[in-house]
Design a protein around this ligand. Structure first.
Ligand SMILES: [Zn+2]
Length: 303
């Protein structure tokens, strides 16, 4: 005789959300959080890195890859297969951007809504409350797929070269960070610092920490003598070097150049709305910020 669990699994229709992982070039299927999952995240007082790892474990538990994949062509037909990736593959071969897509999917599967948000028209000053449904924040430009010739993203790098001073150059080898890269940088930063980032700049990482996250290798060399280079791939060394030796101008130039090369791949979640005065409004949603705000400060956006 079948167990009650087997029967329940057969007859109940668990909501499954199919989602694009734009950087890894995959399609994933995500199932909802259970009561136990939700409580585990809410009641644990964790360091940011541990909170992030809890989230990654949770996403991993609820994710399967769908085959055929994007690269196999949409019209290849045949039965869809669901494949559980290895945990190691999941954190090294998916990007932080893919993780945001999975986070959207698990919120969508579990809650449907992100709750109400205070909106203010930047034209007439009218204020109102509006519910933000997960479906509302997907737009035609939300996802930009990484070109197949740049895949896998783990080996795709670009160079950014910026003068350090009159005589020396800094060379950044930059990347799209993986889930693991992102977790490694969170582990380097204190909980207090991340809470301060969330409050002051509405982001988990500040500009320097972002640069460290995007940098695979940092090199310094005398101008005109690039062969006399000193370089490091250690995240500790990169972060320490940036904290001590990078000024605002360098940081701004880095951000501008990184944006030109990689900015288009960032996931853009936003809801389109309209004020009664006719002004069209975009309500941006930073899903990573929302998650850490709930997890670390126990607050929701707009509070
Ligand atoms: Zn208005």
């Amino acid at each position: 005789m079948a167990s009650i669990l087997t029967v329940l699994n057969q007859i109940s229709n668990i909501k499954k959300i199919e989602v694009i992982l734009p950087i890894a070039g995959k399609i994933a299927m995500v199932t909802p959080m259970t009561v136990g999952d939700d409580l585990a995240l809410k009641t644990s007082i964790l360091s940011p890195a541990n909170l992030d790892m809890e989230l990654v474990n949770l996403l991993y538990k609820h994710t399967e890859f769908v085959e055929p994949q994007i690269a196999d062509g949409e019209n290849s037909g045949g039965e869809k297969k669901f494949i559980k990736p290895k945990a190691q593959t999941f954190i090294s071969e998916l990007s932080h951007i893919d993780k945001l897509s999975l986070l959207w999917a698990i919120y969508k599967a579990t809650y449907e809504s992100l709750g109400k948000r205070k909106i203010r028209c930047d034209k007439c000053g009218e204020e109102w409350e509006e519910e933000i449904l997960l479906d509302d924040i997907i737009q035609e430009d939300t996802y930009t797929l990484l070109e197949t010739e740049k895949q896998p993203f783990t080996t795709y790098v670009e160079k950014i070269t910026i003068p350090l001073d009159e005589n020396n150059m800094l060379e950044f080898t930059v990347r799209i960070p993986s889930i693991k890269n992102h977790n490694n940088i969170l582990a380097m930063i204190t909980k207090d610092k991340i809470e301060s980032n969330l409050e002051k700049i509405r982001s988990t990482l500040d500009a320097t920490e972002m640069i460290a996250l995007f940098t695979k290798t940092l090199a310094v060399y005398p101008k005109n003598r690039p062969e006399e280079r000193t370089e490091t791939s250690s995240i500790q060394e990169i972060l320490a070097a940036l904290n001590t030796h990078i000024n605002l101008t360098t940081a701004k130039q880095f951000t501008k150049e990184y944006d030109e090369k990689f900015g288009k791949y960032a996931i853009k979640f936003y809801k389109k709305s309209k004020c009664q005065c006719g002004n069209e409004i975009k309500i941006p949603v930073d899903i990573d910020y929302e998650f850490f705000l709930r997890g670390l400060l126990d607050r929701e956006s707009g509070e």
